[in-house]
Design a protein around this ligand. Structure first.
Ligand code: GTP
Ligand code: SPV
Ligand code: MN
Length: 605
């Protein structure tokens, strides 16, 4: 190990905290990480020796490694994730709550002696562009080399963080992590927003263990954002340039494994020559009202932690090319030639391979070769479509916000809200079919407001009110749209080709933002006319397009009832303006229902 075990790094609050934690966790040694290449080489060498990493074919995939997690530690565990505040009401009905005293009493014994025989790494990291007044510093203490290596990719580690800290009067987030014994029975991810701290034990998985990501940049940041007047969101961030060279910016919130990375790295279809999508972020955006009355956004992350299955030259060439270098793969299959494979790869299933758990696998095996939530971790600089604006300290001005989800039925391909308040209502009532990104059943429809259900660090009713407040302060707010790439036809297949073809929808959205673009008024909002979406180069028929855009009032009757129950769960914390939006929607749907619709429903069709 070349990293130096410095006795001090010239920051007494950090040193004092490190001493407290070592006195509790009893590591064999303490290493302050500096983010250097030498440190990376040493961490990789040690991880290869211990089996925490497996070397992939270095001539084909330079700098790429495979990690196999514990078999029951493969996704976020939402039922073991808590927000710990003095008052229960502050976390609201959608979060798990634990009183701070209880949390400390429960977790302290788990951390006691947990790092015996291990090295404790102290990782100073910066979330946000260096030199940006919006960036935040965290210090993660962890006993996992895999976590350190991933934090080095996902955040800016070392001196850059300490320098940022020395330039501001702000505090840093104390992020304490230990693998513990990896048992789900002794696993807790607890956030203390009142004291700006996170304690996580018992998991090495991404969102549970890379504490800069969901824990700091969403749960803690959303709490800070409410106090400071901005928004921390589960959103991708892109620049979209048309053939005339006009550059616009879009932020889009989709729940986990619903297409953010893919949209962020979109490659235009052949028929849309001259269009460009520039990647700024694929998972998290911090948005602030600017002095010009617009909403400006930065990506706090420095890398991408993306879903591997389904990533191919065909679906997402940018992402596929990006993961050929300097990438850590977690829980994919391994071919005999030392290259990884997964379901949805361009190559056919290998005749023989090792599955994600290292067990022999053949195409005849009943289980999948790669875990459905297998992931890649890649530095942003490896992305061929990375935007030149990626590290702009003030961020980029947002023209449109999209809310999207997986919905097989009812929800059209795209529709536009009437106002910021109506758009906030569309976000607040978002629901999606669950995915493998969190443990639990896949494909179950659940409410996921703003795609933030697992990530909002405070009462979601107050969060809706904060969205409305932020909108009131904008003289030129982004236009808000709802999208759904996942509507299915009678045969159960997706109606929309998706991936690169999603640019066709973005084109209409930007036309709408520019004040043209043909739209039809419906009870739920503005939808494109039958021919408003550019279909040149596709073989989508009029019939398919009208199925994609269909708004069936009878189907929406059921949605309204479900929305009402959900909105009621926030009690007095629900803003009256959202209640009004719901009432107005119910009236519009009611007015649009024809006797034939009602008859159709009664007969069960
Ligand atoms: P998180 O990292 O969990 O937040 O996920 P994400 O929102 O970034 O999702 P991602 O882009 O990784 O996509 C998840 C899965 O959805 C992958 O298997 C993709 O292949 C698939 N997917 C993405 N975009 C589309 C699309 O437009 N159409 C269809 N049918 N599938 C898509
Ligand atoms: C998600 O689940 O939304 C992710 C992966 O982006 S994780 O970092 O594990 O949360
Ligand atoms: Mn995500």
């Amino acid at each position: 190990m070349t990293a130096q075990a410095h006795e001090n790094i010239g920051h007494s609050a950090i040193e004092q905290w490190v001493q407290e934690v070592s006195a509790l966790t009893l590591p064999d040694r303490v290493v302050y990480c500096d983010g250097s290449e030498r440190e990376k080489d040493a961490l990789i060498a040690e991880s290869l020796a211990s089996g925490e990493l497996i070397e992939l074919n270095q001539s084909r995939l330079p700098g790429c490694y495979l990690h196999r997690s514990a078999p029951h530690d493969v996704a976020r565990t939402e039922h073991l994730t808590f927000i710990s505040t003095t008052r229960k009401v502050d976390v609201g009905p959608t979060n798990n709550w634990m009183a701070p005293d209880e949390a400390r009493a429960k977790l302290t014994p788990l951390f006691a002696g947990a790092m015996r025989g291990r090295t404790m790494y102290v990782v100073p990291f910066l979330m946000g562009p260096p030199g940006s007044r919006f960036s935040k510093v965290g210090i993660e203490i962890t006993d996992s080399k895999y976590v350190v290596l991933n934090m080095r990719i996902m955040t800016r580690v070392g001196q850059v963080a300490l320098e940022h800290l020395s330039r501001t009067t702000e505090d840093f987030t104390r992020c304490l992590h230990s693998l513990g014994d990896l048992s789900p029975d002794r696993r807790f991810i607890v956030h203390f927003p009142e004291t700006n701290a996170v304690w996580s034990i018992g998991s090495g998985y991404g969102g549970n263990a890379l504490l800069g990501k969901k824990c700091l940049a969403l749960r803690i940041a959303s709490w800070l954002a409410r106090q400071e007047g901005w928004l921390a969101e589960h959103m991708l961030l892109i620049g979209v340039q048309n053939p005339a060279g006009d550059l616009r910016h879009i932020a889009a919130a989709f729940p986990s494994a619903c297409g953010k990375t893919n949209l962020a790295m979109l490659q235009p279809p052949a028929s849309m020559a001259g269009w460009k999508v520039q990647t700024i972020g694929d998972d998290i955006a911090w948005l602030r009202p600017g002095e010009d009355g617009r909403l400006w956004a930065v990506n706090p992350e420095a890398g991408f932690f993306g879903v591997v299955p389904g990533t191919s030259q065909k679906t997402n060439a940018n992402a596929f090319q990006m993961i050929q270098r300097n990438t850590i793969f977690t829980n994919v299959a391994l071919r005999p030639d030392g290259t990884p494979w997964w379901e949805g790869h361009d190559d056919p299933p290998p005749p023989d391979a090792l599955d994600w758990q290292g067990r022999p696998w053949t195409p005849a095996s009943s289980e999948k070769a790669a875990h459905p939530n297998s992931r890649f971790t890649t530095p942003a600089v490896e992305c061929p479509s990375l935007s030149a604006e990626f590290e702009q300290p003030e961020g980029v001005p947002i023209d449109a916000i999209l809310f999207g989800a997986r919905r097989q039925r009812r929800v059209p391909l795209v529709y536009q809200s009437r106002t910021w308040t109506h758009g906030t209502f569309l976000g607040a009532t978002l629901s999606s079919e669950t995915t493998a990104a969190a443990t639990g059943k896949v494909g179950v429809l659940r409410r996921d407001p703003m795609a933030m259900l697992p990530f909002c660090g405070y009462n979601m009713g107050d969060y809706f009110a904060h969205w409305l407040d932020v909108g009131k302060g904008l003289s030129a707010p982004p236009k808000i749209f709802r999208v759904n790439w996942f509507r299915t036809g009678e045969n159960g297949k997706f109606l929309w080709p998706g991936f690169g073809d999603n640019l066709r929808v973005l084109k209409w959205i930007l036309e709408r933002c520019a004040g043209h673009g043909e739209a039809v008024d419906t009870p739920i909002g503005w939808i494109p006319g039958l021919n408003a979406i550019d279909r040149a180069g596709t073989n989508l028929s009029d019939r398919e397009m009208s199925l994609l855009l269909k708004v069936d009032p009878a189907e929406w009757v059921e949605a309204i009832a479900g929305q009402e129950d959900f909105l009621n769960s926030f009690g007095t914390h629900l803003p009256a303006a959202l209640r009004d939006e719901h009432t107005q929607l119910a009236h519009r749907i009611h007015d649009a229902i024809t006797p034939a619709d009602l008859h159709g429903r009664d007969s069960g069709s």
